[in-house]
Design a protein around this ligand. Structure first.
Ligand SMILES: Nc1ncnc2c1ncn2[C@@H]1O[C@H](COP(=O)(O)OP(=O)(O)OP(=O)(O)O)[C@@H](O)[C@H]1O
Length: 576
């Protein structure tokens, strides 16, 4: 098409006559004349920002240039030798990064295809970058789609790149100085540039979201881990904190994606995310959509901030018993204050919660030098005497499980304490203090202050304990798979720390490689309550778990899909 014919076509479009141009091109031509007052015959030089303006544009787009570099490099390698040039522009249309063949550098400069050129529509007229900024969609502006006669040999295909809050952040453009006449010759360029833009958004979301859950999704399991279609960043309640553009398809009703909950559209809560981690085959990581259909999901867990271990900072045998569990911290603070006194202490807590361990730690930081530990069950007055007569000077006397003290030994203890002012007694019990079968006088001699230890299922530092106890019994590089870890975190632990130690001993012994997985874990101990639950109707278990499928699955020792299947068979809906 000659320059004259091009101008005549623009005039026809302005008059409202259809000419077969794409509608976004005709709309842009109209803006060029009516809004920006442009003339297609005028051959303006390319618009180039000054050196210092370019520095500012690049500085502001620094994070995007970093996120896009690898994608741009690999895209440039794919089109090497085909005379394409790649531009990354910021959201204003200024080219902030550039890949082109050195052989054509002069031609590219003349055409405005280099660093610092400004391709916004109001300066450059209808062009790939400008149209992409206006429409926020991928576009090809091919040859005489361009408004100005200066650009009608170019073919530009551009795709928008959005930041994780949904705002336009950049445009990726792939251009040819000379191209074949049919516009469809650029279909491949279109698919290359849209895929590269998607990967840049993904890289940016991943880099931002190290402290949150990321859920990546794909229609096909085989691409899930290598090149997913979309991703969202989620807070602890499943609310979307950030997303890649592709995630908008999860919300077909339109509207803002930010702040919406993922369980609005997917049959999934944050508790289910550990089941979607990479240690499971991707075809097993299917997520049902609320409106029907399914996707495949890949969840990436938040990475813990790297801080020095708290116990190392505070130090001491008491502080080393927890990592910031509120109930434990309170008990340990009380213990630290009482340790250096002679007050008799009663330590309460379920079996295996660490009462004996705490008593020893108190002795270590206290003022006594001797240590005698006695099991109350079967303890005779003679046994008590024999154990204590050999030790002189300030001594800690640990009486374990005083609920089991034989009656005649109770009197012997009172007598012993009357005669030995250098004994500091620490007792442990699994009973509540009020339920102890002790005479009141003895109770008050033993329970000057009470320290209670929380059961493991209520401790917030269970994850830390898992790692600590695993390190003590396994080689340095042995670790738990995310699903084995999630399984352990979801258990009830009626035997508390002792049970946890035993489970880890079994798992380390059964594990064949370096990663302990679910089959290596012994099943949870079936306490009478848990056994009753296993036989309870599914609806009752679901009710008890707040209709959370992952929690119910862990309680029943099955996986999520089994729960889903059972629910369907029972005619129940996963949402309750
Ligand atoms: N804070 C802790 N960190 C790591 N391991 C612990 C901790 N507390 C206890 N353990 C371990 O857990 C196991 C049970 O602890 P302990 O014997 O002190 O429990 P207990 O409450 O006295 O139990 P019981 O009442 O049944 O006698 C022990 O092997 C102990 O080493």
């Amino acid at each position: 098409m000659s320059d004259r014919q091009h101008v005549e076509e623009i005039e026809r479009v302005l008059e409202g006559t259809p000419t077969g141009r794409d509608s976004f091109v005709s709309a842009s031509w109209r803006r060029c004349v009516e809004l920006y007052g442009m003339d297609p015959m005028r051959r303006d030089p390319a618009h180039i920002v000054t050196e210092s303006e370019l520095r500012d544009h690049r500085k502001q787009a620094e994070w995007m240039i970093g996120a896009a570099r690898t994608s741009l490099q690999s895209l440039f390698r794919q089109v090497a030798g085909q005379n394409y040039v790649l531009l990354l522009t910021d959201a204003k249309g200024v080219c902030v990064d550039f890949f082109g063949d050195d052989l054509f550098v002069d031609d590219l400069r003349t055409a405005g295809l280099y660093l610092g050129s400004n391709w916004s529509e109001d300066l450059a007229g209808t062009c790939g970058v400008g149209a992409c900024i206006v429409t926020q969609e991928p576009v090809t502006v091919h040859q005489d789609d361009h408004f100005g006669n200066a650009h009608t040999t170019l073919s530009c295909t551009a795709a928008p790149i959005f930041d994780s809050l949904g705002g336009l952040a950049a445009v990726l453009d792939i251009s040819l100085l000379r191209s074949p006449a049919p516009k469809r010759s650029q279909n491949l360029a279109m698919s290359l540039v849209t895929n590269a833009a998607r990967r840049v958004e993904m890289a940016n979301l991943m880099a931002e979201g190290r402290r949150d859950w990321i859920l990546r999704v794909s229609d096909r399991p085989e691409f899930l881990d290598v090149d997913p279609e979309a991703a969202v960043r989620l807070d602890g309640s499943g609310r979307i904190l950030g997303y890649t553009r592709g995630a908008r398809r999860l919300f077909p009703d339109g509207g803002d994606v930010l702040g919406r909950r993922i369980d609005e559209v997917l049959d999934l809560t944050v508790d289910d995310l550990p089941d979607l981690m990479r240690d499971r085959p991707s075809e097993d990581r299917m997520i049902e959509m609320q409106e029907g259909g399914a996707l495949f999901g890949h969840a990436i867990a938040p990475q813990a901030p790297r801080t020095a271990p708290r116990s190392a900072r505070r130090g001491g045998p008491l502080a080393g018993l927890t990592r910031d569990d509120p109930a434990m911290t309170e008990t340990l603070n009380r213990a630290a204050r009482l340790a250096r006194t002679a007050v008799p202490l009663l330590i309460t807590g379920e079996t295996g919660t660490g009462k004996t361990r705490l008593a020893r730690a108190i002795h270590v930081v206290g003022t006594t030098s001797g240590f005698v530990s006695l099991e109350s069950a079967g303890l005779t007055p003679a046994g008590l005497q024999a154990a204590c007569c050999g030790v002189n000077g300030p001594t800690t006397l640990l009486l374990r499980r005083i609920e089991d003290l034989p009656r005649d030994t109770m009197a012997a203890i009172s007598a012993l304490l009357d005669g030995r002012g250098d004994l500091r007694v620490i007792s442990t019990t699994c009973e509540a203090p009020g339920a102890l079968p002790l005479p009141a006088a003895l109770f008050h001699r033993l329970a000057g202050a009470t320290l209670s230890l929380p059961p493991l299922r209520l401790r917030q530092d269970l994850g830390w304990l898992l790692d600590l106890l695993l390190r003590r019994r396994a080689p340095e590089d042995m670790r738990l798979s995310p699903s084995a870890r999630a399984e352990l975190l979801g258990r009830d632990w009626p035997g508390n720390l002792r049970e946890l130690e035993q489970v880890l001993d079994v798992a380390v012994a059964l594990c064949e490689g370096r990663v302990i997985d679910q089959p290596d874990l012994p099943p949870p101990v079936a306490t009478p309550a848990a056994a009753a639950e296993a036989e309870a109707p599914l609806e009752q278990v679901m009710e008890a778990c707040g209709w959370n499928m992952a929690r119910a699955a862990r309680r029943l020792g099955v996986n999520r899909s089994t729960i889903l299947r059972r629910l369907r068979r029972a005619g129940l809906h996963p949402g309750g």
